[in-house]
Ligand binder design. Structure first.
Ligand code: SAM
Length: 243
């Protein structure tokens, strides 16, 4: 997958792209990336990239000229082009999986009050919000988006590691434990050291349902749980969410 991120402050993202799993994915040729400084495409001697908003109001807006030149230089024709913005469609795991199937993603980071609408109209295929809050700039949002997407590119992370993650099948993940078996007087649940695989699977599913019910009951709506799962949910509800 080719990732092309356009920003007024690309330096913010360098460490992310040069570290850990991303660095390995790049080294293995699974991901390639470019970080473009939009200011390089400003044509006046002060490299101006923002101006006042028509109609009045606080703050500045990113100028269409440098943005357009940077986008023309970056994107292959037809490439999926994302503008990260609080005014976009809410990002989630299913959306990340959809984007992970693209061969190329162009990602535009906003600053100030955002970008001129004509840039969105002309170049952007997806306006994406990472959550219902306002960040001061798009670089952090772009890194969140890229991080959620590239790890789903086949080969970046072992498939089994992704199978039981939160959201993969619409539930949150079960609690996990590592050594030591007793930490600060807290014991690892007996079932996890019992060696009884079927009971471990059952315990984990119960914990996933319990956690989802507690923090994200919206994820269970319309899921149509049947059989044993339904019985588990009814039992949990009967116990006031405690198991
Ligand atoms: N005036 C904009 C509004 O009210 O919707 C907010 C602009 S914000 C201060 C500056 C930039 O940060 C945006 O252009 C966008 O790129 C990024 N940003 C802020 N919050 C975001 C969010 N929740 N999701 C994605 N990007 C965000």
């Amino acid at each position: 997958m080719k990732l092309k991120v356009l920003s007024l402050f690309p330096g913010i993202m360098e460490g992310f792209f040069e570290s850990s799993i991303m660095a390995k994915a790049v080294e293995r040729g699974l991901v390639s990336y470019t970080l473009t400084d939009i200011r390089d495409y400003a044509t006046d001697k002060h490299h101006k990239c923002d101006d006042l908003v028509y109609g009045g109001g606080a703050g500045m807006l990113m100028l269409p000229g440098p943005l357009s030149a940077a986008l023309e230089a970056a994107g292959s024709p037809g490439a999926r082009t994302v503008y990260v913005t609080p005014g976009g469609r809410l990002f989630n795991q299913a959306y990340a999986a959809e984007l992970a199937r693209e061969p190329e993603l162009v990602i535009l980071c906003g600053r100030y009050e955002g970008v001129d609408q004509r840039i969105i109209d002309k170049y952007v295929s997806d306006e994406i919000s990472i959550g219902d809050y306002v960040l001061s700039s798009g670089e952090v949002a772009a890194m969140v988006l890229v991080d959620a997407v590239y790890r789903l590119v086949p080969g970046v992370i072992r498939g089994e590691s992704l199978d039981e993650e939160s959201f993969t099948d619409g539930l949150l993940e079960y609690p996990q434990y590592t050594r030591p078996a007793v930490y600060d007087n807290m014991k690892v649940p007996d079932v996890l050291v019992s060696g009884h695989h079927a009971n471990i699977v059952k315990w984990r599913m119960k914990k996933r349902l319990e956690k989802t019910l507690l923090y994200r009951p919206d994820l269970l709506q319309g899921k149509g749980l049947e059989g044993e799962l339904r019985a588990m949910i009814l039992e949990l509800i009967g116990q006031g969410g405690e198991a």
